[in-house]
Design a protein around this ligand. Structure first.
Ligand SMILES: [Zn+2]
Length: 142
């Protein structure tokens, strides 16, 4: 049976078969983002009243980049020794896997906000052909 979702390798842009790779995020990158966000908050926000901080829209330009989720065949992985949080591709093969097992599980991680998981989900919904991508066009309602 065909899977609903394919994992697309960042390097060779071919689908990753079960057992041949994973999607992962570099925890060193996550830590760096977390540190940079704290620094950004100190620098760019000011307290307007107790417990309430504000920032200029322009300062969002310097908001630190989130750590990027990557998909690789084990053989294509340019950084196999990274300090990775990795999930094997066979664990994310259906929309239900993506919503429940992956997203609900990841929402329990305090560091998820420092990754671009939201972009992964949007890419899947838009069928943009990278990372997690549906094998048949998804139906969306505006
Ligand atoms: Zn590859």
């Amino acid at each position: 049976m065909a899977h609903e979702l394919a994992a697309i390798c960042d390097v060779c842009t071919r689908a990753v078969a079960d057992g041949e790779g994973s999607f992962w995020v570099d925890m060193s990158e996550v830590d760096r983002c977390s540190t940079n966000v704290r620094a950004w908050e100190l620098l760019e926000t000011k307290q307007v009243e107790p417990g309430l901080h504000a920032y200029d829209a322009a300062s969002l330009m310097s908001y630190p980049d989130a750590a990027r989720w990557r998909v690789h065949h084990t053989a294509c992985d340019p950084n196999p020794n990274a300090n990775a949080y990795a999930v094997e591709v066979h664990r994310c093969r259906s929309w239900a896997d993506l919503v429940w097992w992956r997203t609900a599980h990841l929402m329990g991680k305090t560091w998820l906000q420092h990754t671009d998981w939201e972009d992964v989900l949007q890419g899947a919904a838009d069928a943009d052909g990278s990372r997690i991508s549906p094998t048949s066009p998804p139906k969306r309602h505006q």
